[in-house]
Design a protein around this ligand. Structure first.
Ligand code: SAM
Length: 191
């Protein structure tokens, strides 16, 4: 099958955008799978900022990067929520920011009561759209099988569908004939 699942498609988008030396953001690091993928794209001259409200996620991600012998120009991993993203990114890096990824919901195998929320996700996305330069890409993988996820999906659709076409391109990617609320991608590219 040539149609990619949501996770593969999110990585495909990041791969098209991110170049060695860029600055990138993982706004929900969890166990660090997306963080490692981004770190490999930006290479030794790249800058990576990641956050998660769970300290254990920060530790797991730090270990995953160390085990893969990742070396970067700068790495900021924070146990603050992504609603603090403006405080976490050095303004000197704004011009180098090419991509940010959100993997919403709860950590698979973790505490299902700790999920991303509509308010914090929307706040972070709005801050990123102000912070990132032209060409910047924000990719959200949205899981909406749980109650909070459904609220988040609706709020994100309302916000992103209203973004002015002259300034942003907004894409939704989803299988439409799958059972059990398959994850979807919302991608926003700044023109
Ligand atoms: N991409 C991760 C990976 O590769 O393992 C999985 C992310 S998991 C689906 C969602 C994560 O978002 C959880 O680890 C959760 O703690 C985190 N999270 C929840 N609220 C958050 C917030 N306000 N800011 C940052 N992370 C948050």
């Amino acid at each position: 099958m040539i149609l990619k699942n949501a996770l593969s498609f999110s990585h495909y988008l990041l791969q098209q955008k991110v170049q060695p030396g860029n600055a990138v953001i993982d706004a929900t690091i969890g166990n660090g799978h997306d963080t490692l993928f981004l770190a490999q794209l930006i290479g030794q001259k790249g800058h990576l900022i990641g956050c998660d409200i769970q300290e254990a996620a920060v530790e797991a991600t730090r270990k995953r990067l160390a085990d893969a012998n990742i070396s970067l120009a700068s790495l900021t991993l924070s146990a603050n929520g992504h609603e603090q993203i403006t405080q976490l990114v050095d303004p000197q890096l704004y011009a180098k920011l090419t991509a940010a990824i959100f993997n919403l919901g709860y950590l698979p195998g973790g505490d299902k009561t700790i999920t991303t929320t509509t308010d914090s996700t929307l706040s972070a996305v709005k801050q990123l759209l102000k912070m990132m330069p032209s060409g910047g890409l924000v990719v959200l993988t949205v899981y909406y099988g749980h109650h909070q996820g459904k609220l988040e999906k609706e709020a994100l659709h309302t916000f992103t569908n209203a973004l002015p076409q002259a300034d942003y391109a907004v894409l939704n990617y989803q299988f439409t004939n799958q059972k059990n609320d398959p994850p979807m991608i919302i991608a926003i590219e700044i023109k």
